[in-house]
Write a protein that binds this ligand. Structure first.
Ligand SMILES: Cc1cc2nc3c(=O)[nH]c(=O)nc-3n(C[C@H](O)[C@H](O)[C@H](O)COP(=O)(O)OP(=O)(O)OC[C@H]3O[C@@H](n4cnc5c(N)ncnc54)[C@H](O)[C@@H]3O)c2cc1C
Length: 364
């Protein structure tokens, strides 16, 4: 779980804030499995692609809700952990060289008079020739810990995403939560940190084997019935301690230079509802042939897309992504073929073109 590419900071190009417009061919909203496959496929089709996701990590529901669960019904994997599947999807998506913009929420979408699509995001404005919405059940974000002092210390010792194990070396670390992510981080950091304390209200919901590993470790457990009631800054303005409170009212002040909050995620479809889509029970109605929405140049795929006999599965999302991308390509380039053929042929052709130097006609 350390230094994984999925835990990277936003690496996308900065939004165009008033300067020259950067207008990629395809922008994908959502870096869940559908969005990642759409990014790969758009790259295969030669599209310049951007992916935007509100989360700090790619993977959508698999990363936010069930990273440690096994998946059995995706093609080519008889059984695969959700987080490992995401890693494979990301590796595949990277072949398409998308501009991956994480930690950025799309809050608005409108089609301009010249046909360009303008996206308003939490980082500014972005533009695109076409958009594929792969937004699942909405923008995921971590549930915030509601305790005095927490907001002020976010980024100064309070983390919702832990990124690198090395950042916690020889530190007093407190972790809050009882799911896979909290327990995983507790056992991962235990050999590295000075002391790890895990605070949780009820029973652990993590993978059985990791909970057993936790019980064998030296992690200080404050559970069940414990929660963080306050966090305290030191003289340097960074986190110095947390106060943990027991259900019976007893409190304990625990030294902490780092606090990892892993109490789950919430999804918000909110902004998307106001973009002018035809909606049906929190999904965007699409044309079953093309995955086109009612907004020209905007397509949808994956859990967000609604059509008769829809299955909300990773496998079907991938198929919808192919349909959506192929139609997006012919939307911005009407001369392009709708069906470009198999990846085997497309890749062979690309590799051949890369090897053969282009003959440029000499000027007279
Ligand atoms: C517990 C559980 C187990 C499951 N098991 C299986 C299984 O075994 N097999 C299977 O096939 N399926 C399974 N599913 C369903 C599967 O997870 C979904 O079908 C799949 O995640 C859909 O992928 P998606 O990319 O369409 O959406 P999501 O995975 O939901 O990803 C959508 C992404 O879009 C981002 N986003 C949304 N709105 C915005 C915005 N406005 N701005 C920026 N980013 C935005 C979100 O942050 C999110 O990262 C399971 C689901 C759950 C909850």
């Amino acid at each position: 779980m350390t230094d994984s590419p999925l835990r990277g900071s936003p690496n996308g190009a900065a939004p165009s804030n008033g300067g020259e417009r950067d207008v990629p061919d395809v922008t994908i909203i959502g870096a869940g499995p559908t969005g990642l496959f759409a990014a790969f496929y758009a790259g295969l089709r030669g599209a310049r692609t951007r992916v935007i996701d509100s989360l700090e990590e790619a993977g959508g529901a698999l990363t936010a809700i069930y990273p440690e669960k096994y998946i059995y019904d995706v093609i080519g994997f008889p059984r695969v952990l959700a987080k490992d599947f995401v890693a494979a999807c990301l590796e595949q998506a990277e072949r398409g060289a998308p501009d991956l913009c994480l930690n950025e929420e799309v809050t608005g979408l409108e089609r301009l008079d010249d046909g360009t699509i303008r996206l308003r995001t939490s980082r500014g404005e972005r533009f695109s020739k076409t958009v594929v919405v792969c937004a699942g059940v909405g923008a995921f974000e971590p549930k915030r810990l509601e305790a005095p002092g927490v907001r002020d210390l976010e980024g100064h010792g309070v983390h919702y995403f832990a990124k690198r194990v090395a950042d916690f070396r020889d530190k007093d670390v407190v972790i809050v939560g009882g799911g896979d992510s909290a327990v995983d981080w507790a056992v991962t950091l235990e050999p590295v940190a000075k002391r790890v304390t895990l605070i949780h209200r009820s029973k652990f919901r993590a993978h059985e084997a990791t909970v057993e590993e936790l019980a064998r470790s030296s992690v200080d457990l404050r559970y069940p019935g414990w929660e963080v009631s306050e966090v305290h800054a030191g003289g340097n303005g960074r986190l110095a301690a947390v106060t943990a409170k027991q259900a019976d009212g007893g409190t304990e002040r625990i030294a902490a230079q780092e606090l990892i909050v892993a109490i789950g995620f919430v999804a918000d479809l909110g902004p998307l509802k106001t973009w002018g889509f035809e909606l049906q029970r929190n999904q965007i109605v699409v044309d079953i042939v093309s995955m086109a929405t009612n907004i020209p140049g905007v397509f949808a795929a994956g859990d967000i897309a609604a059509y008769p006999a829809k299955f909300k599965l990773i496998a079907t999302g991938a198929a919808e992504a192919v349909t959506a991308v192929n139609h997006a390509v012919t939307f911005y380039d009407p001369k392009a073929r709708l069906d470009a053929g198999h990846s085997t042929n497309i890749m062979e052709k690309k590799e051949k073109e890369a090897k053969e130097p282009r003959v440029v006609a000499a000027a007279d």
